[in-house]
Write a protein that binds this ligand. Structure first.
Ligand code: URA
Length: 209
């Protein structure tokens, strides 16, 4: 079973509630998602190692902590993943970005991959896979299959909302990949939507139907 962290910070929970409300405008949904992405990125990077480096302040020399070790890759599951990645890049501008294009077959809810592009040195990096919704878990599982096939070994999965079914599916397939989410909702409905959820994250982010 993968380690699951629910980010229960009051700001995260407040902003998630804003996103769930159905009458929120596209512009405001996008803005709040961006704010949430910063808070979630903070949580998913909490244990990154630091090392002391010698610097000089205007007053004195000192040893101060800086990030050490592996560099980051944010792997966005298209298209809604981009709504999280854009904000995360504000926090870690030097991160590389991978894109995994996946759509869900409407009848079977199976993942169909149509695009994959990632940095060459995945094995040397911490790969944070992002998708706002962990619903069936099929897309997340397929994206991580693809990233591992290309050499990734140190991965985390970050989402906004998870269904229990998605957590179970992903952690059975990839027990080594910790999952970070702002909430685990009640269930998946027969169309593969999370309930109560927030609807279709991609449609709400981009104003499509
Ligand atoms: N994808 C979404 O955007 N919303 C859901 O509820 C499930 C999958």
């Amino acid at each position: 079973m993968a380690e699951v962290t629910v980010c229960d910070h009051p700001l995260v929970q407040h902003k998630l509630t804003l996103l769930r409300e159905k009458h929120r405008s596209t512009a405001n949904f996008r803005q709040v998602l961006r704010e949430l992405s910063l808070l979630l990125a903070y949580e998913v990077t909490r244990d990154l190692p630091v090392e002391l480096v010698e610097i000089e302040t205007p007053l004195k020399a000192m040893q101060a902590p800086m990030l050490a070790g592996k560099k980051l890759v944010f792997a966005s599951i298209l298209r809604a993943g981009n709504g999280l990645v854009d904000g995360m890049l504000d926090l870690v501008p030097s991160a590389r970005v991978a894109h995994v294009g996946i759509y869900r077959d409407h009848d079977t809810l199976e993942a169909r991959r149509y695009f994959f592009k990632a940095p060459a040195d995945l094995g040397e990096r911490i790969v944070i896979v992002v998708d706002p919704m962990l619903a069936t878990g099929n897309s997340a599982t397929d994206a991580i299959d693809a990233l591992k096939a290309e050499g990734a070994v140190d991965l985390r999965f970050l989402c906004l909302l998870a269904a229990p079914e998605g957590v179970a599916r992903l952690s059975a397939a990839h027990p080594d990949v910790p999952i970070f989410t702002a909430a685990i909702d009640h269930r998946l409905n027969e169309n593969g939507y999370i309930e109560p959820g927030l609807g279709d994250a991609g449609d709400r982010l981009y104003g499509t139907k």
